[in-house]
Design a protein. Structure first.
Length: 116
């Protein structure tokens, strides 16, 4: 079964940290990239960053220096380390997995709330 599952969301105070995980099912082979997006209430879904099999990463300017994307050796799991979280980081965080085709798979999202 093809599946992408995000986890690790929750509630945190401003200045806190969270680490999100994105796991792609083993049936998704030939992954070219894993990317993170977020969507705040009433807003569009925004790109945060991505990682390639060789470890290359790129980030949106809005999260550079605060968010870090990493992966496991098998490249079927990606992580999003979020530091110094702000109330405006409150959103549903989504993972997108891209394989050759290109074919995209999205997860259902994990909720992050940043409030005092």
């Amino acid at each position: 079964q093809v599946q992408v599952v995000e986890s690790g969301g929750g509630s945190v105070q401003p200045g806190g940290s969270l680490r999100l995980s994105c796991e792609a099912s083993k049936s998704i082979v030939g992954i070219l990239a894993m990317a993170w997006y977020r969507q705040a209430p009433g807003k569009q879904r925004d790109f945060l960053g991505s990682i390639r099999p060789n470890g290359f990463t790129d980030y949106a300017d809005s999260v550079k220096g605060r968010f870090t994307i990493s992966r496991n050796v098998a490249f079927n799991t990606a992580y999003l380390q979020m530091n110094n979280l702000k109330p405006e980081d409150t959103a549903i965080y989504y993972c997108k997995v891209v394989r050759a085709g290109p074919i995209e798979y999205w997860g259902q999202g994990t909720s992050v709330t940043v409030s005092a």
